[in-house]
Design a protein around this ligand. Sequence first.
Ligand code: UDP
Length: 333
Amino acid sequence: MTNVLVVGGAGYIGSHMVAILLKQGFRVTVFDNLSRGHKDACEGAHFIQGNLLDFAAISGCLSAQSFDIVFHFAALAYVGESVKHPEQYYQNNVVGSVNLLAAMRKHKLNRLVFSSTCATYGEAKHLPIRETDPQVPVNPYGFSKFVVEHMLSDYAKAYGFQSISLRYFNSAGCDPLGALGERHEPETHLIPLVLREALRTKLGGHSKDTALQIFGDDYDTPDGSCQRDYVHVNDLCDAHLLAAQQLLTNDDGQAKYYNLANAVAYSVFDVVSACRRLTGQPIEYRIEPRRSGDPAVLIGDAQQAIKELGWKPHRTQLDDMISSAWNYLSKGA
Ligand code: UDP
């Protein structure tokens, strides 16, 4: 039985991955500091509460069992917060990854699937963005992931350390059965915030203070708001599984990088309109200044993942992503 370690497996994307791995028959251990995640989101996996900033903790975890591969989801991932608190981002995302890689090398484990991001590209020169396009991150979050990507390519050259970095565009949606969802506190992502506003309105708790904020309506885009390329969380997880299969069967000692995207742009106003239609709630908002660190448009080309990993995104409609997130949120209300 393949034995996997999921670092950050109690978070939003990590917990969806754990559920899929368990369903596929993998033996799964989760290592998570629970700073943003939830232990009950990874039921069925062996759970270790630990912090990547504590080298002895991650090294101890790797010495206790022999793992075949590691998935690394543990990171802080809020653009706005990273601009305000860059130190936290470099500590958690960069130093944490340095410790993980050092512990993996110490225990002779050299296969890693790494959660990277389209935020490593910054403002795109042309769209959709390809893997070979320049990476010029415009916020500390993107930069922290960019640094780790570089480490992985240096580790491949020097040590034959094998990795696949998956550059997610905007992850959205939930497990269709409604058992898992996005439970960030604080929540800063657009779709859950729009749906929380819909729920407050539905439950009669809406007030001017709770109105949704839209960060900027003066971007150089058709409706003035930022555009993003949304990908269903389960499609992202499918790509991780394919990446793991490739790493487990190939011994090429390389670091590889793939976009995970649908090449379709939705603006912030498109998301609000779709949420209004799907929830039947009016959903009010107020326009606020631009949020620091936000690129105007992020749309990705995932042809390389489709060709080389055999990735087939199945849940490409924004409506499906929003409906599954609404299903989860309204269930818990
Ligand atoms: N956004 C917004 N209001 C919010 C949260 C996000 O207008 O309350 C905008 C944000 O400025 C960006 C887009 O929605 O243009 C997507 O932001 P999100 O935080 O969901 O993902 P990101 O692209 O930062 O990873």
